[in-house]
Ligand binder design. Structure first.
Ligand code: MN
Ligand code: MN
Length: 325
């Protein structure tokens, strides 16, 4: 198997800008970059087969494992969708202010994102942003809508608050989530995914990291039995957070590397760009930038690629874990 080294990581990265970093900071950065790039790769790979059934994917692509654009959105090669670009918007909300962004800061960032005419936008997300525009209310009331749109964009919170106390992480996670989604299951899933990414980055070691990631997954399933993920394979996962998380956690549980886990989850079809995005951010954080397949990174949209690196670097430099080394 080809050695996987991304174009600007490893030795080059050390020469360009890592010389003043401690070994600990360099490790945090590699895994933070892995989270943001993993998110974008999962989104780009999954978008081609979004809303297809596993059988349709099999007929059309065999095993779908090539980033190639297309899909129902007719994307150019390597383009990402709302999962990644909403994450960029949230990242900017973090980087533009000094303190942790509250719900209104997040809502303003999402509003600006919607004005930028994104390629795709979920119904629940649209409803939340439109409501903010009309009322100035940045927190949705509790509703029955338990979509996956708050979870798909949560990575920036995990990076910016790696090493922060749990209460602070929870506050920031729910502030961004509830701009559009307010349901006990979306709250729980988003908190769990943020926790998984943080465990993965802080361990900066897949063997130690996966134990804590799966411990969090098991904890989530214990607290919310609907999110129990073992057993019958979840195919055609919908945008319902329960379906989405079951597919993602099954694929993480059954695969020990980034590539096979991501291929597994997107070939289940359904909301494949979003299962890909969520799995990608967790597995990317776990395995780090250098574990991401070069053939995917090469075709990822160049501007999205650069933005992932830039934002990952800036967010992790804000994290409490960055200073305590
Ligand atoms: Mn999408
Ligand atoms: Mn989607």
């Amino acid at each position: 198997m080809a050695r996987r080294v991304s174009p600007v990581s490893g030795q080059e990265g050390a020469k360009i800008g890592m010389s003043t970093l401690s070994a600990r900071q360099a490790a945090l950065r590699r895994h933070a970059r892995g989270a943001m790039l993993g998110l974008a790769l999962g989104d780009a790979l999954g978008a081609t087969v979004e809303f297809m059934t596993p059988r349709e994917i099999q007929t059309r692509h065999g095993t779908h494992d090539t980033i190639q654009g297309g899909g129902w959105l007719r994307l150019p090669l390597g383009q990402v969708t709302d999962d990644t670009t909403m994450s960029f918007a949230l990242a900017e909300a973090w980087l533009n202010g000094t303190g942790d962004p509250g719900a209104e800061d997040c809502a303003r960032a999402f509003d600006a994102w919607m004005r930028s005419k994104p390629v795709d936008i979920g119904n629940t997300v649209r409803r939340g942003i439109v409501r903010f525009r009309h009322t100035g209310q940045a927190c949705m009331p509790i509703s029955e809508d338990a979509g996956n749109g708050a979870t798909m964009r949560c990575a920036p919170v995990a990076l910016a608050l790696a090493g922060a106390p749990e209460e602070r992480v929870a506050l920031a996670t729910l502030a961004q989530a509830r701009v559009t989604h307010h349901h006990p299951l979306t709250d729980a899933a988003t908190l769990a995914v943020v926790g998984m990414i943080q465990s993965a980055i802080l361990h900066a070691n897949p063997v130690a990291g996966i134990r804590e990631v799966m411990a969090r997954a098991n904890q989530l399933a214990r607290t919310h039995p609907a999110l129990h993920f073992r057993g019958r394979p979840m195919e055609n996962p919908s945008g319902y957070i329960v379906d989405t998380m079951r597919a993602v956690l099954q694929s993480i549980d059954l695969n020990d590397n980034f590539e096979s886990a991501l291929v597994d989850v997107v070939n289940r079809g359904g909301d494949a760009d979003t299962t890909g995005a969520i799995l990608g951010m967790i597995m990317g954080a776990l395995h780090g930038e250098a574990a991401l397949p070069t053939r995917w990174l090469r075709v990822l949209d160049k501007s999205a690629y650069r933005r992932c690196l830039l934002l990952a670097d800036k967010l992790i430099e804000r994290a409490p874990a960055w200073k305590t080394v």
